[in-house]
Design a protein around this ligand. Structure first.
Ligand SMILES: [Zn+2]
Length: 423
């Protein structure tokens, strides 16, 4: 079998001017150039839309917090080595660990957003009728990766994550997980990413699981029911793996193949019995008793860096039309006037580039190297007939499209998030 040559996202990133790094800023801290920012902006907008549509309320929280927050959450004990050193406001550690406000608790850059969202949940008393509560945030988290392992967008020190946390009653777990898995499958489909299978990671007979066995059994049954319900209609297999759960709760992983044919987990819906325990997150049940809430971690697009790296390689740089940094490259020939056309298209939110300098052949080569979605040649013949000669370099399809139709057709394709514009 021929293994297709895979273009590395770092090479594509350079050709397409997606990101750059600067020795002065530091390794693992990519700068998003305008073309990359355009892709990320579209992904973020989409993630926000899906989060809203699935009942999330947007929140904002700080990128740092006191170390004691992460001691309470358990992150400090487990991930301190992967976190940046604590910041002591009173001076470097050792000199003084007492901050001017008398607080000896240093600040840390967060390794995860969950504890902040747990604190938002805890900011008011909750009744069983208020649940589920769902918070979403596109926010940064940090990892003190060693310089040697840093790579392009795939291993970085600041991760920008599309993240959501659901706080619900045990009897709501099934419906919430279902919503989350359906949202992930829709998003991956729109991104042109084929899912291989779904995986339920549950507990085994060992005693290393946090919480009551009955709680686990109920949760795993709910996840199984979701998978039975969702996987088959989507034509996807699923299987369970006993003993693969996190100690704090079962999860569903969405498995895909990357451009090299390696299996990867691109999204996870994770139940968490631990954070509610550690932060004492409760609600008042119908009985009047305080009951422990269940937390679910979910996202759709996930980490912007990782998703953009994945998409670039998966599509060989030829991103779906709605994500393409340049959706149409206009190539005027002679003194054809394109400014009005370009301004009209841009006013509809389309990303249009005008390439004027050099031979037509050279300009086409540059546009192909940038993976511009469509090329539009405008010579005297086209100007006279009021049509643009449009080519899709990915498929080779060509068509003459009247100026009057062009804006509507492209804007509609972008709005519907279609992979390609039908020419
Ligand atoms: Zn989380």
């Amino acid at each position: 079998m021929n293994v297709p040559a895979v273009l590395d996202h770092r090479d594509l990133g350079r050709d397409m001017r997606i990101f750059d790094t600067s020795p002065l800023v530091g390794p693992g801290l990519p700068l998003w150039l305008p073309a990359g920012a355009a892709v990320r902006y579209e992904l973020e907008q989409y993630a926000r839309e899906v989060a809203l549509r699935t009942g999330c309320e947007p929140v904002y929280s700080p990128v740092l917090g006191k170390r004691s927050l992460y001691e309470r959450s358990g992150h400090w004990a487990k991930f301190a080595d992967d976190m940046f050193p604590p910041m002591y406001l009173g001076g470097p550690q050792g000199a003084s660990d007492i901050a001017p406000d008398g607080d000896a608790d240093p600040l840390v850059l967060r390794p995860a957003n969950c504890p902040h969202h747990a604190m938002i949940y805890a900011s008011e008393p909750r009744s069983y009728r208020d649940l589920p509560v769902r918070y979403s945030e596109l926010a940064s988290m940090f990892r003190a990766e060693r310089s040697g392992v840093l790579s392009g967008l795939s291993r970085v020190r600041q991760i920008n994550l599309d993240d959501a946390h659901v706080f619900c009653r045990p009897d709501q777990v099934g419906a919430e997980v279902r919503t989350a898995v359906v949202a992930v499958l829709e998003v991956l489909d729109t991104l042109g990413i084929e899912v291989s299978y779904l995986r339920l990671s549950g507990r085994d007979d060992s005693g290393r699981w946090l919480g009551e066995p009955a709680q686990w059994a109920e949760a795993e049954d709910a996840l199984r029911a979701v998978l039975d319900d969702v996987a088959a209609p989507a034509g996807l297999p699923w299987h369970a793996e006993a003993g693969e759960a996190a100690f704090y709760g079962p999860k569903i992983d969405v498995q895909v193949l990357d451009a090299r044919g390696h299996e990867e987990t691109l999204a996870t819906v994770q139940l968490d019995f631990n954070q509610p325990e550690r932060f004492d997150l409760t609600y008042v049940a119908a009985s009047g008793e305080r009951e422990r809430v269940v937390m679910i971690h979910r996202g759709t697009v996930g980490a912007m860096e990782r998703m953009v790296a994945f998409l670039l390689e998966r599509h060989g740089g030829r991103l779906p039309f709605w994500l393409a940094p340049v959706q149409l490259c206009l190539l005027p020939v002679g003194d054809a006037a394109v400014d009005e056309l370009a301004a009209d298209l841009r006013s509809r939110g389309l990303r249009v580039r005008v390439e004027r300098d050099g031979s037509l052949g050279n300009r086409i080569r540059l546009a192909r190297q940038r993976r511009d979605a469509l090329l539009g040649v405008l010579g005297t013949r086209e100007a006279a007939s009021g049509e643009l000669a449009v080519t899709d370099p990915a498929s080779g399809a060509k068509a003459s499209v009247p100026f009057a139709e062009l804006g509507d057709r492209l804007a509609e394709a972008a709005r519907r998030r279609v992979p390609r514009v039908a020419l």
